[in-house]
Structures are given as structure tokens and as C-alpha cells.
Write a protein that binds this ligand. Structure first.
Ligand SMILES: *Cc1c(COP(=O)(O)O)cnc(C)c1O
Length: 416
């Protein structure tokens, strides 16, 4: 094995030893804590034999795509998971949003009411669907757009409300659904971040009119790439299936506008194998979360956004608020951490209304979003992070907190 290959295939054993000191920091020229960076991506790995087992079915049948046996099985299993009538698997989360918006948007209307503090490419999905984003603020308690934020934005040109679940816990899906119904406006949820959650006894995935999910390798159910839409509306499901597969009904009757957004069989096999392993992955996430929770409790200025252990949840995102006692800014913190191979990320910064150039975008987003965008860090978690890694990461955070003034000074001399 070459040196490079060996280092790429090493699991663990790549950490710097010894307690942090000022001289050992990577920003001071020291060796990074992690030779192979720890990131916020899930990268959940299923049992390889199980993945091969699923794959052997479609290989034996020589059906590699076009609604094959693994895609159909995956759709059944996901509909079961979300306790919903219909699941339509598609090529990725982005196109699940585009397809659902195309089908759901009120005819002749253009505006999609959505939060600004959200996934970086959400406005692109709206524009690709031929619609126009209307950005609104988020509720500081849930970090999600709620009824109070969405309601004032509703107007004559509203085509759709796009509720988005935040990375930790959930948005007020029941409240937003009631609001949409009372105004006869269609509603769609981006539920990528809330695959296993429940709200008031109802599974995420079963809220009206439809919900969108991703099977990207970085998300909770890793299908390499992939996505799906859930709905209890049979007509909507039929329309989405047509749109996904070139508008073909049967062999070659074209009955609607079509595009190609089909999921293939190997991706479906990977997603199925990861779905089987979901309970294991959730337990791992909870261990990681608990390890962070214990350590962060005694680090001044860092506040872990908490999951409730009682409700169905994924524990997958480690979201930390930087409070006043934390001596560094978000940007400074990221610089120090990233240099150590700790690929922490800002939380949805920049928010979408800061970005210029989304044609025709309307914005009522303001104060809360502007303040929150610079207040959070997402810390590494997922399959490649161990509880020992959490120990090293939090040990460094504690050191940074205790030496923030010196670190700040060091960073500013490098900047000039
Ligand atoms: C990742 C993500 C998407 C897009 O999913 P892809 O499968 O990567 O296209 C959409 N919404 C949210 C909230 C996401 O995190």
C-alpha cells in the first residue's frame, strides 16, 4: 500500500497527543489535532454485506433504474417510517423540492414564503421551479419560521408556504399547516433535517400537503445521493411520479411535461442498507450528543442547543450558541478549529437575504436572522466522529475559552 493510500484508509489513530498549549495550536504552526479532519457530515456506513445483498437483487434482475425493485422497496419502507400513504423517490433533495414546488404552487402566483436562515441553496430550488423567494425571519426559540413570521408575508401573489425544519428539533408544522389551510395556500415542508422526528404524536413526513427529504451521504439516511417526497394525497403522488420520469405513462405515452429526476437502484440499495442500520446510527448520535453535552456544560460562553431525550429525535447535529462570555467571534472560532482539522461550520451563514442576485426576491427578514447568523457553530458529529474525538474537541474548546484574548491577538496580527 502506498503511504497516501494507507493514511486514507486509517480509522482513528490520527490524533495529536497531549493537552493543548498555546505553542501547539495549529494557528501557531503546530500539528493539527486531527490529521484526517472531522466534519459535520453524517457519512453513515451500513453493513457492506447488507448493501451487497440488496444490490444483488437488481443485478440479478438486470433492472438498474426506471422504478426498479430496490426503489419500490425503499419507497415502501420510507412510507412506513413516516406513516404516510405515498413516497416518491427522486434523484436528490434539491429536485424533490423543485418537483414538489412545481406541482403544488398556486397557478398564476409566484411568491414562496420561506425562512432566510436556512439551507444555502434553497432559493435556487425556488427559482429553478420558476418561482420567487419571499424571505422572512425566524422565531428565536425554534430557529425556524413559525406562524408569526409567515403570516404577515401572505399576500395576493403568494403561491406556496415552504416550512423548513431547523437542524435541531422541529418547526411548528401543525401551526403552519393550519395557517396555510385558513388562507387556502398550498404548503410544503423541507424536512431534510427532521427525518425521524415526531410533532404532537404525528410523524414528520405525514404533514400536508407534502414533505421533501434528502438521501445525500451527509444526511441521516445515506444513499450516496438521493431524495424523496412524502404525501397522503394520491393525485399529487401520481403527478409527481409522472414528472419524475419524463412524463411517461406506461411504455411511451407522454401525458405531461417531464424531466428526469429518477433515483437509480444502487443508490436505493445503499439507502435501504442504511435504513436497516438507522437504530444503530441513532444510538451513536445520542452517545456523541451526550459526550458533548457533559463537556460543554462546564465551558463558559458555549451553549449546546438541546434535544429532548423523551421525543423521537436524531441527536445528529451538535449546534452551539456563542454567548457573550465566549471571547471569540464566530469567524475567529472557525479559523482556530478548522486549522486543527475540526471542520466546524457556521449555522446557515450567510442567510439567504444577505446574498444578492436572486432575481425578484422579496424580503421581510430582519433582526432575528441577522443576529443569529453569526451566533452559532455546528460541531463535528456523525459516523466518523467518536466519543474520544469529542473529548479532544471539547478539550480544545475549553483551552480556547480560557485563552481567547491571546488567540484573538494572534489572529489579528496574522490578518494584517
Ligand atoms: C442538503 C439539503 C437539501 C438538499 O439535498 P440534496 O440531496 O443535497 O440535494 C435541501 N434542504 C436542506 C435543509 C438540506 O440540508
Amino acid at each position: 500500500m502506498t503511504q497516501r493510500l494507507r493514511s486514507l484508509t486509517t480509522d482513528g489513530g490520527d490524533q495529536r497527543q497531549g493537552p493543548p498549549s498555546f505553542e501547539s495550536l495549529s494557528i501557531m504552526g503546530g500539528r493539527p489535532i486531527f490529521e484526517h479532519p472531522r466534519s459535520t457530515a453524517g457519512l453513515y456506513r451500513p453493513d457492506f454485506e447488507n448493501f451487497m445483498q440488496y444490490s444483488s437483487t437488481f443485478i440479478a434482475q438486470r433492472q438498474y433504474t426506471n422504478n426498479g425493485p430496490m426503489v419500490r422497496l425503499l419507497e415502501l419502507r420510507l412510507a412506513e417510517l413516516h406513516r404516510v400513504d405515498h413516497c416518491i423517490a427522486v434523484v436528490n433533495g434539491f429536485w424533490s423540492l423543485v418537483l414538489a414546488m412545481r406541482v403544488l404552487a398556486a397557478p398564476g402566483k409566484k411568491e414562496v414564503i420561506m425562512p432566510s436562515l436556512t439551507y444555502r441553496r434553497m432559493a435556487d430550488a425556488v427559482v429553478t421551479a420558476g418561482l420567487v423567494p419571499h424571505f422572512v425571519d425566524v422565531d428565536p426559540a425554534t430557529l425556524a419560521m413559525g406562524v408569526n413570521e409567515a403570516k404577515p408575508a401572505i399576500g395576493a401573489s403568494t403561491a406556496l408556504i415552504l416550512g423548513v425544519h431547523p437542524m435541531v428539533n422541529v418547526c411548528d408544522a401543525p401551526g403552519l399547516t393550519r395557517l396555510a389551510h385558513s388562507c387556502s395556500i398550498p404548503i410544503l415542508f423541507d424536512s431534510v433535517e427532521s427525518t425521524v422526528e415526531m410533532i404532537e404524536g404525528q410523524k414528520v413526513g405525514s404533514f400536508e400537503d407534502a414533505e421533501c427529504f434528502s438521501l445525500h451521504a451527509s444526511k441521516l439516511i445515506n444513499g450516496f445521493e438521493g431524495g424523496y417526497i412524502t404525501t397522503n394525497n394520491a393525485d399529487l403522488a401520481d403527478e409527481l411520479r409522472l414528472l419524475r420520469g419524463f412524463g411517461f405513462q406506461g411504455q411511451d405515452t407522454i401525458v405531461s411535461l417531464g424531466l428526469n429526476a429518477k433515483l437509480n437502484e444502487v443508490h436505493a440499495s445503499m439507502a435501504l442498507a442504511n435504513l436497516d442500520a438507522l437504530p444503530l446510527h441513532l444510538r451513536h448520535n445520542e452517545d456523541i450528543y451526550d459526550a458533548y453535552s457533559t463537556e460543554l456544560a462546564s465551558i463558559p460562553g458555549l451553549e449546546l442547543m438541546s434535544y429532548s431525550h423523551g421525543e423521537a429525535t436524531s441527536f445528529k447535529t451538535i449546534l452551539v450558541r456563542l454567548n457573550r462570555e465566549w471571547g471569540l467571534t464566530q469567524a475567529e472560532s472557525l479559523k482556530v478549529l478548522n486549522a486543527e482539522g475540526i471542520f466546524a461550520r457556521p449555522y446557515y451563514n450567510p442567510p439567504l437575504h444577505w446574498e444578492q442576485g436572486t432575481r425578484g426576491a422579496v424580503s421581510s427578514a430582519t433582526t432575528t436572522t441577522d443576529a443569529l447568523a453569526r451566533s452559532f457553530l455546528v460541531l463535528p458529529s456523525g459516523h466518523q466522529v467518536s466519543t474520544a474525538d469529542v473529548g479532544l474537541i471539547t478539550e480544545l474548546l475549553r483551552f480556547i475559552g480560557e485563552h481567547s484574548q491571546g488567540i484573538k491577538k494572534e489572529l489579528s496580527t496574522h490578518d494584517t
